[in-house]
Design a protein around this ligand. Structure first.
Ligand code: WTA
Length: 652
């Protein structure tokens, strides 16, 4: 978003004066009390040392809380050893909680599984044995291409148990995208399924894995396949093994060996400002500490009684931190749902909340806006009285959606917590505390205790209340990324070079008169479509890789439901100009190159692209066109008449 447009957006938000302090009862009994902020302020990094010891079971205690001597490469809890799977599973069973439900699974067709901590522990041990017998060792990478089924969590935890590094690739990514991620991480094993169910029909996954591995030159030696939808699959003998053969028959005994606190836990690829996705690297001790801490405090978690439901797919960081790890580390009961919200009917989510008595719901604004469109009569048909806390993540939540969420889903009383964070931050960084903060609709408000967030100007100076700028993080934090897989220089350049000694998040933000933070969206070439990060450059490269395209420019245009939508401007080569189906062809091409989620909403064929004299595409002007606004200042264009030519070509 341009600075000017961000300013407008903020002006609208400034008129937001509603305040929702916690009820007295909620505040009195809340997990997070105001003293948490005082302790964090007084104790510095020792605050995190205390959390690490309280929330996790360490095999060997750490001797140093933070080693920042090689900044920006942080080491947290130096000398400590810990096993993530042991913390998520075995220790709860040892504490006598084996019969507590870890996961209520509901498949899209309505099949269900109730998995206790004892059962989940057993299955993870079996998977760990199976993966080891396929040659997976500590430090090896495992690509995971699975739908939202319990085996996804089992796979991630089995990797963590062995010390293998998982790299989950969202099932909506194409074979090509999967291959580039497999290659970048040099994965040895791929875990996938025949497929899943989507909108009442079987939908395939295995063919994408087969496609990804078709060309020689990869590092994969085995593919483990979960049988989920029973559709026929192609089989490569010697490479492919069924989960029900490999895992179900494996031994149920497996001792978790503790790993160094800084042992890599996972890589998760995310879009950056250049074409190549970045493999964000997270390690063990700090990540588990901050995810568990925020899960407990931001959501006011009571593991004995709550039913937590995070609707994110495991292909995104939210599904890592708040499905696979934190809820289990905290010994909570959670719901996992495989399918879409409108199958078989638009009340499916509310039916699930009623059925499982979900008490904490964590979802994205784009989903909330979709439900608003469908109408409040649908959720009103269900008993949602179990809901106590509502979370939002992934993109700025507009005040109307926030209010609707609180009133219609939260019965006018459940606090809404808007959580700002990123794949890179690993865990919540800015979020109100439900029993402490007087909530403001549309604002994430305050830094999590122990986190140093600021808004700075171009020069890196902190801006006063009432002004906007760039969101930065001033101090290292436990769940911070430890780097970009295989590319330390890119890690420094991307996050640490814009401002001296500060992490630059890529987001614009403003402080209001109380000093509360309002997020205003990305200030770089990253788009946010339904809470999913996509890079303009990545989609541009996909478009120009098609023989009909001479040049392409992509912008994220605001969209009422999805937050932003992909709009592409393309210049076609010779004969393609007469092809009536070219737009469909190009949309499908992007789908094949990156995945269906990246398909542009609109592709506009234009004679020229607006460029500065130095050849840089002025996306700001294209965004004006895409959003139907009057085109802004075009005087720096190499040819100032280009915008008129574009406008004329679109009128045709
Ligand atoms: C955006 C998702 C406003 C932001 C956890 C960030 C948000 C990017 C919020 C990270 C929020 C996430 N309010 N914007 N509450 N949460 N964002 O890596 O632009 O998929 O930089 O992590 O999403 O997206 P990512």
């Amino acid at each position: 978003m341009s600075a000017e447009r961000q300013g407008d957006a903020f002006e609208n938000l400034l008129h937001e004066e509603r305040r929702f302090p916690p009820s007295e009862e909620f505040a009195a009994n809340a997990v997070a009390q105001p003293s948490l902020y005082d302790e964090a302020r007084e104790q510095g990094t020792e605050f995190w040392a205390r959390q690490a010891r309280e929330l996790l079971t360490w095999e060997k205690d750490f001797t140093q809380t933070l080693d920042w001597s090689d900044a920006p490469f942080a080491k947290w809890f130096v000398g400590g050893t810990v096993n993530a799977a042991y913390n998520a599973l075995d220790r709860h069973v040892e504490a006598g909680l084996g019969d507590r439900v870890a996961i209520h699974f509901e498949g899209e067709p309505g099949d269900t599984r109730t998995i206790t901590y004892a059962e989940l522990t057993r299955e993870v041990k079996q998977a760990a044995n199976a993966f080891e017998s396929l040659g997976v060792r500590k430090g090896d990478r495992v690509a995971v291409y699975l739908p939202m089924i319990p085996e996804a969590v089992v796979t991630m935890l089995a990797c963590a148990r062995i010390g293998a590094v998982h790299s989950v690739v969202f099932g909506g990514f194409s074979a090509d995208a999967l291959r580039s991620r497999i290659d970048d991480a040099e994965a040895k094993l791929v875990v996938t399924s025949d497929g899943t169910y989507r909108r009442g029909k079987p939908s395939a996954l295995k063919p994408a894995v087969d496609g990804a591995l078709e060309k020689e030159g990869h590092t994969v030696t085995s593919v483990v396949v979960v049988r989920r939808n029973n559709e026929p699959v192609e089989w490569t003998e010697g490479r492919d093994v069924w989960w029900h053969d490999a895992v179900a028959h494996a031994s149920e005994e497996h001792t978790a060996v503790a790993h160094d606190a800084e042992h890599p836990l996972f890589i998760l690829y995310t879009s950056g400002t250049t074409g190549k996705p970045k493999g964000i690297l997270h390690t063990t001790g700090g990540y588990l500490t901050q995810t568990a801490f925020t899960h407990k405090n931001t959501f006011d978690l009571r593991p004995e009684t709550d039913v937590f439901w995070c609707t994110a797919d495991i292909g995104w960081v939210t599904g890592h931190s708040y499905v696979a790890y934190a809820p289990l580390v905290n010994g909570a009961t959670q719901l996992m749902y495989e399918g879409t919200p409108d199958t078989p009917h638009q009340g499916r989510w509310w039916e699930l909340i009623e059925k499982y008595k979900v008490s904490i719901l964590y979802t994205a604004p784009t989903a909330i806006r979709t439900f608003m469109k469908w109408g409040r009569d649908i959720p009103k048909k269900y008993d949602l009285s179990s809901i106590r806390v509502l979370g939002s993540v992934g993109e700025p939540i507009n005040p109307e959606a926030w209010m609707w969420y609180r009133e219609v889903i939260g019965g006018g009383k459940a606090p809404v917590v808007d959580t700002w964070w990123q794949t890179e931050t690993g865990a919540h960084m800015i979020a109100p505390m439900p029993g402490v903060t007087a909530a403001k609709p549309g604002s994430a408000q305050v830094a999590v205790p122990g986190i140093a967030v600021d808004v700075v100007d171009e020069m890196g100076e902190s801006v006063p209340n009432g002004s906007g700028g760039y969101l930065v993080i001033r101090e290292p934090w436990p769940a911070m990324l430890r780097g970009i897989w295989g590319d330390p220089q890119r890690f420094k350049d991307t996050y640490w070079s814009r401002f001296d000694a500060m992490y630059f998040a890529g987001d614009g933000a403003k402080k209001d008169d109380d000093g509360d933070i309002w997020l205003l969206g990305r200030v770089d070439d990253v788009m946010n479509i339904s809470g999913h990060r996509l890079s303009t450059t990545e989609i541009e490269s996909a478009l120009v890789s098609h023989p009909s395209v001479a040049e392409a420019a992509v912008v994220g245009a605001s969209d009422e439901t999805t937050g932003q939508a992909v709009v592409a401007f393309v210049i076609l080569r010779g004969s393609a100009k007469d092809d009536d189906d070219i737009v469909t062809t190009l949309r499908n091409h992007v789908g094949k190159e990156i995945g269906p989620i990246a398909k542009p909403r609109n592709i506009l064929v234009v004679p020229e692209l607006p460029k500065t004299r130095s050849g840089k595409i002025m996306r700001r002007l294209l965004k004006d066109v895409a959003e139907g606004r009057e085109v802004g200042d075009a005087t720096t264009l190499s040819d100032p008449t280009i915008m008129q030519q574009i406008a004329a070509s679109l009128r045709k």
